[in-house]
Design a protein around this ligand. Structure first.
Ligand SMILES: NC(=O)c1ccc[n+]([C@@H]2O[C@H](COP(=O)([O-])OP(=O)(O)OC[C@H]3O[C@@H](n4cnc5c(N)ncnc54)[C@H](O)[C@@H]3O)[C@@H](O)[C@H]2O)c1
Ligand SMILES: [Zn+2]
Length: 653
């Protein structure tokens, strides 16, 4: 491995692992080769700490990168075309054997004309100064003893223009001091250090952090008064609805409370500090700007404020700082922690920038440029992961998800883009379903939930867990069922009672608590009862199954009437015989069926298939498709109905 690459990985991992240096978002690094021909630089989409010999970097031809900055024709283009052209040229300058398409850092051209090793970071202690109104003067004073005084770079739109500004300023600096600067402070952005060796660059970073951190106020660990769980869950539902109404997005809501957040809330004029606007490109790109201060949790007021932000050309907030409760973040799990870190960093910077003389934030024009910046949106798409589908990001609970149809439905919902709670009394089986989903859809978000649907206590605690993880609920699919196969005259009463418990009480309890959440949340919802064709047409030796499956259809109809005014739709799906993966179709059950029809056990499946109009075996995904349809917006006007998916046996009238 080239020595420059070894050095790059070392300084990247070293800085990337230090939370004082890299919180949440950005930062990048580069090291030039000894022959001056190449530059190894961090690639977009991999965190500094995760860079290794195989990923997270690109090798670029220095001459080609420098040509980009010098190219006057690029400078003449409008912003959008300019940045696209620059990225294309930077990709062309990549010269390595990596066959992945990772883009080099968007700040690559800026690294090219600095010294051998370059480290660019957005540390919070530096943020306090570069976001202070008199930051330049304060930093000059702080570093007045340096042989090479730091270079202050006034705020410039990121990308090509920033690289040009820095290159001009570095030239002027060279003319004045006879050398290139070693420390650069970028207004409302961050820090660049550059040195002849990577060790010297690391030393310089430490020195700057120490000097800047010296006088600042730090969050002191103090006791946090945790708000009541029920209150937190209610706030999550309110915020989820507001975000949905304002943006049309189904996002999970996460709650954070810790001493950094509590410390900020204790400060004077928290509302004013946040209303000052976004501090930096990072805060804007990853968190859509600062957290919204909420002193009273009222969804209509939050919706109004989010819509107001959008009308003013800003992106609606994703973070909400709620009085006495903490920080709420509307985002997928993989980005929520990043947004929390950026918000907490922003709290620290705001308190300290105000302490140093006043908070400097991005102007409207500066924000607009960033919002439209193609490369930043690309960076974010990488972090968020891309998912589509009819049920994109909806939170769905499937009971009986450990086996048979529950498993197929869970997989189908995940394929349709939903986040799925895999609920089963057999959590090992449900965990296997989670693994199956993860293998096929690595980005899918699932949780395994151990629950006995016949126990009210178990059901309520399952829903608490769901609110804890996702902060809301859109879909319930009742599928946990049993089918004790006995002729009437032999049916033990305990088997009868068990079927009533699982198939009726279980469906009822799940629906009761799901509906409560859906009503509170105010975003509508969909409930599907998985019944059976036996719920429409009785079959022999199936007393409890016939009774309960008919009961499930009728319960769904009643619930459709009760819940319609809340926009909650309730329907039933009646599968025909699905053998794939089912524990109901166990050898004993098949023997009973064989006896019923006077055939051999191995003839049972072909026999059932031959009874369908389509002469086709019904698979789990067929049932999942019916469920997905009923849960999706395509079924917006369908409620109280029964959809039979049986390859043409029972015809509903
Ligand atoms: N397979 C079919 O041919 C078929 C046809 C029509 C309808 N259905 C219906 O589909 C549903 C699933 O059937 P299957 O064949 O996949 O069954 P299955 O036995 O393979 O799966 C049922 C799952 O429910 C879970 N479960 C049982 N009791 C529970 C409880 N108290 N709490 C939580 N989980 C519990 C089990 O652990 C199991 O994982 C049932 O409602 C059934 O009536 C199945
Ligand atoms: Zn940066």
């Amino acid at each position: 491995m080239n020595k420059a690459l070894v050095e790059l990985i070392r300084i990247s991992n070293h800085t990337g692992k230090d939370p004082a240096l890299v919180q949440g978002g950005g930062g990048n690094t580069s090291v030039k080769t000894a022959d001056g021909k190449y530059m190894y630089i961090k690639a977009s989409g991999t965190a500094l700490k995760d860079m290794d010999d195989k990923r997270g970097w690109r090798r670029m031809r220095l001459d080609m990168v420098l040509d980009v900055i010098r190219d006057e024709t690029i400078a003449g283009l409008d912003a959008q075309r300019r940045e696209t052209e620059v990225m294309n040229r930077l990709l062309l300058a990549c010269d390595d054997e990596l066959n992945d398409s990772a883009r080099p850092s968007v700040e690559a051209h800026l690294h090219a004309f600095l010294d051998t090793a370059v480290i660019h970071l957005h540390p919070n202690v530096v943020g306090a100064y570069v976001n202070a109104q008199n930051g330049k003067t304060l930093l000059e004073r702080l570093f007045h003893q340096e042989k090479k005084p730091p270079l202050w770079v006034p705020y410039t739109d990121p990308g090509f223009m920033l690289a040009r500004t820095i290159s001009r300023r570095v030239q002027a600096y060279q003319a004045e001091y006879g050398c290139k600067p070693a420390i650069l402070f970028l207004e409302k952005h961050g820090l660049f250090v550059t040195a002849p060796t990577s060790n010297a660059a690391l030393r310089l970073v430490r020195k700057v952090i120490k000097a800047c951190g010296n006088r600042l106020k730090n969050p002191l660990p103090h006791r946090i008064r945790e708000a009541d769980q029920a209150v937190i869950h209610q706030t999550k539902l309110t915020i989820r609805k507001a975000v949905f109404q304002a943006t049309g997005q189904y996002l999970p809501i996460h709650h954070f409370q810790d001493h950094e957040i509590a410390w900020f809330m204790k400060q004077k004029d928290v509302a004013g500090m946040l209303a000052a606007g976004a501090l930096s490109p990072d805060e804007l790109v990853y968190a859509n700007g600062p957290a919204l201060w909420i002193d009273k949790v009222d969804s209509d007021r939050i919706i109004k404020r989010l819509i107001n932000q959008r009308e003013k050309g800003d992106k609606p907030a994703l973070a909400f700082l709620v009085k006495n409760q903490g920080l709420f973040v509307a985002a997928k799990e993989n980005v929520a922690q990043t947004i929390r870190d950026i918000a907490a960093g922003s709290f620290f910077i705001r308190v300290n920038a105000r302490f140093l003389g006043g908070i400097a934030t991005l102007s409207k024009r500066q924000r607009t440029f960033i919002n439209e910046w193609e490369m930043e949106s690309f960076r974010r798409a990488l972090v968020e992961g891309v998912s589509g589908g009819d049920l994109k990001d909806r939170v769905a609970v499937v009971t009986g998800a450990g086996s048979g149809l529950g498993r197929s439905i869970a997989l189908g919902l995940a394929r349709a883009g939903a986040m799925v709670v895999l609920l089963d009394i057999d959590s090992i089986a449900a965990a296997e379903t989670a693994q199956t989903i993860a293998r096929e859809i690595p980005k899918a978000s699932t949780i395994v939930c151990h629950c006995d649907v016949t126990s009210e206590e178990s059901v309520t605690s399952a829903f608490e867990g769901i609110l804890e993880t996702f902060g809301g609920l859109d879909i319930l699919v009742n599928a946990a069922g049993v089918a004790p196969p006995y002729p009437l005259i032999d049916l033990p009463v305990n088997k009868w009672r068990q079927a009533l418990e699982v198939n009726l009480t279980g469906y009822f309890l799940m629906a009761k608590y799901a509906a409560r959440i859906m009503i509170d949340q105010g975003m509508g919802g969909a409930i599907v009862n998985l019944s059976s064709k036996s719920g429409l047409e009785a079959s022999k030796n199936n007393t409890p199954y016939n009774a309960t499956k008919a009961g499930e259809i009728h319960m769904a109809r009643g619930w459709a009437l009760e819940l319609g005014s809340h926009g909650i739709r309730v329907n039933s799906v009646c599968p025909g015989n699905v053998f794939e993966g089912s524990k109901i179709w166990n050898p004993q059950y098949i023997r009973v069926c064989a006896k019923k029809y006077g055939i051999k056990p191995e003839e049972v499946i072909p026999y059932y298939v031959s009874k369908t109009a389509l002469n086709k075996e019904i698979k789990g995904q067929d049932i999942a498709d019916a469920v997905i349809f009923l849960c999706s917006d395509r079924a917006q006007r369908i409620t109280g109905q029964t959809l039979v998916s049986d390859a043409g046996q029972v015809m509903v009238r």
